[in-house]
Design a protein around this ligand. Sequence first.
Ligand code: ZN
Length: 390
Amino acid sequence: MNKGKKVLSGLLAGVLMVSMVLTASATDIQGLKKQQQQLEEQQKDAKAEKSSLAAKVNKLNASMKQAQADIEAKQTEIEETEQELLMAKIEENHQYESMKVRIRYMYENGNVNLIQLFMESDSIADFFHKTESISKISEYDRKKLEEYQLTVRAVEEKELTLQSEYEKLQALRESLVKQQAEAEALLAEKSSELASIEANLSELETSIKNAEDAAKKLQEQNEGNKNQTTNNSSGSNSSGNSNSGSGSSSSTQVSKPVVSGNGYFTHPCPGMSYQSSYFGEVRQGIGDDRPHKGHDYAAPKGTPIYAAAAGTVIYARYSSSAGYWVVIDHDNGLVTKYMHMFEMPYVSEGQKVVKGQHIGGVGTTGQSTGNHLHFQVELNGVAVNPDLYM
Ligand SMILES: [Zn+2]
């Protein structure tokens, strides 16, 4: 496969992955912020309802105070009227008593029939009726008594009216008490609703802050990883070399060289599934129209890679584009390159290798989209068709 294309597609994949993760968390934050907006709307409504309810409660409280004052005033009025009634009754009684004294006087002066009549009468009215014809009782007494009786009746009527007004006021107060209780219950309900909205809001604000922190951390991590990868590719040389050096020496000693064909080069990946790209191939539409510098051999991960010919390992390391790779110098102007191995090569820099020596396994490290070996041959630094030497 074209190396430039792989680099590009690898980069694209990386960018996509990072942006997908960031987009995912950005979507989360967006969702949370939408929820926050909705809750803030609810909070606004609840606050408005609460203040309108509070105003209603205040108004009812004022009405209650007024009703209470009215009731107290009415009570005073009733008490005064009762006093008035009492006085009227006393006057009436006095008039009646003084009348009786005068009647007794008349009796003592020989008018027996009258006192008998009086004693036999059911009421004053009855007596008057019976004695209407009797002129012995003065017109003055009679008028006076009637006057007092009228006063008593008037005061009694006044008291009745006052009592009825008092009862109406009491009913009004009872209704106000009920309304007040209802308004206060609604107000309490609205207050607790508002409190719950505000608790949710503060929880949501924490969630948003956490999500934003997480997104920020993720971005920092992604940036950090990119830097680390770059550092690793250049920094792992010394440690990687020593590791692979000891590992490869044992592997070279155990496994026998694998050589196929009669060419100067043996096939570097005889276990391949198929050849996925050829030297010189140009693929359009990927932003890199340079011809492919080698052959690509598609093969399962770990399929052995063999040294094409004897030589000296000059590179055995990791690079962000070639992944784990090996470069062998064949001491005649020819150099072979083996890219995208799945792990550290089994040989180390400076090591001599024989033709067909197992130097690594197929992988997809670096800028690669699938398990394959990119095998490249260079003559005096210029890529040539590997087929020329196989
Ligand atoms: Zn390739």
